[in-house]
Design a protein. Sequence first.
Length: 258
Amino acid sequence: MASGENVATADSPRKESSLESLPTSRSSLFIIVRGKDRPGIAMAFMKSIEEHDCQVMDITQFLLEGLLVFTFVLDVGEGSSFRLMKDLRHCADSQGMELDFHFPDSPGAQEVINKEIEKKAVLAVGSSTSVSATTMSAVAAVLTDTGCVIEEIEHRGDNKIENNGEFNKVQMIVRCPPGCTLASLYLGLIHVEGAQVTLRWWDAMNRPHGKSLVVFGLSHVLCPYDVLDELLKEAGVDPSEVRRPADDDGSWSQRKRK
């Protein structure tokens, strides 16, 4: 019996050690806060989560005509979700804010692989007047046809004509499928009416929003070839098969002679 007791005593630490070594389950919690903006809101929510087993993975805050939209994604440990959600709800009520919770689904392995080979582009829609819903709908239709997904849309205060006195600009970051080129996107976007659309590949950084140099009507002095023909070739279109515009005023023939 003594030896049996010794064996039981010796096994106990090993069982506890094996339980402690088991990986703990964690999940992501997506939180959206909405309400009237005022100082101290972000601090209140951060204080309400600091004592919980969670980490802030992503956070965004912006204003829409005085309405604060505050979102953050938390990595939450097992057993902490219910108490955390209760404390966040109490914080939202005390601040007079609306609060929504969402547990996003875990991405599949194929989705992760696809994201590694996809590229992102920055698309800017500019106009000297208001950017209409018709214009935005036309842009979205082109992106849908090419298989692109809009990840971000931004219309900053300094990009509004009532603030800068010059133009309105809406900027998007879109995720492009493999094989999609800027030229193929541009061929669809040049038909969007009511705005000028520019494109560039996203380099994972926000550039200054100052004025940029845009060159139109490039001549052979700068490029010893037809720029539009080169864009068509990159998009996989034979320039000779493209219908030329009507040359009523002779401008097309003049451009070809340069």
